[in-house]
Design a protein around this ligand. Structure first.
Ligand code: 5GP
Length: 208
């Protein structure tokens, strides 16, 4: 059996609950052996965040040198900061057969879909604008100006939902979690992955 992991891109307007959904999923669904890619960013670290766990926090200078050295699978400028996914890290995980969640924006999703067409993408929506604003405020991680900026970006991000393979609504956390499980499980059984995984078995079955 050949090892090949699947990339799951998850995008959502800020405050939709994407990070909590991914974290809960990884903890609850251990048998699905999901991993999360830790991005590089130039944004300031928030009080409860840890370097190397939530993000790899780096300077703009270092980020630009990584772009120059082609060390990113994708990168984008989001809310005036740079964010990027390490190419080396993703290749290492996928070649070990690990399935990986990428918590990235629509710009990064577009770049990855071009480079890795068989990756799967999921767009997560909040139940309403009001609820999103409430969640952003409750999160209490950003100042009012940053929250308003994120709300302004909401419609830009949301316009891209049709570019994704799946759409989830986070109106009920447990339901979103179980729907995510359906998606991941179905993708693992898709013809693309199954035919690579069981290449030898299929070859033997087809032998005359
Ligand atoms: P935050 O600053 O709230 O952690 O993230 C802001 C946005 O940047 C989120 O929509 C998140 O998905 C996106 N983001 C995080 N990491 C990456 C990345 O590596 N690449 C891209 N393109 N977007 C990212």
């Amino acid at each position: 059996m050949k090892k090949l992991g699947i990339l799951f891109i998850i995008s959502a307007p800020s405050g939709t609950g994407k990070s909590s959904l991914i974290k809960s999923f990884i903890e609850k669904e251990k048998s699905l052996k999901m991993n999360i890619s830790i991005s590089f960013t130039t944004r300031d670290i928030r009080p409860q965040e840890k370097n190397g766990i939530d993000y790899n926090f780096i300077s703009k200078k270092k980020f630009k040198s990584m772009i120059y050295k082609k060390e990113f699978l994708e990168y984008a400028k989001v809310f005036n900061n740079y964010y990027g996914t390490s190419l080396k890290n993703i290749n290492r995980l996928l070649s070990k057969g690990k399935n990986v969640f990428l918590d990235i924006d629509w710009q990064g999703a577009q770049q990855i879909k071009k480079k890795i067409p068989y990756s799967k993408s999921i767009f997560l929506l909040p139940p309403s604008k009001k609820e999103l604003f409430f969640r952003l405020k409750k999160r209490n991680q950003d100042n009012k100006k940053v929250i308003l900026n994120r709300m302004k970006n909401f419609s830009t991000e949301i316009k891209h939902y049709l570019e994704y393979d799946y759409l989830l609504i986070n109106d009920n956390f447990d339901r979103a979690l179980s729907n995510l499980k359906f998606i991941v499980s179905a993708c693992k059984l898709s013809i693309y992955y199954q035919s690579i995984k069981y290449k030898n078995l299929i070859k033997n079955l087809l032998k005359k």
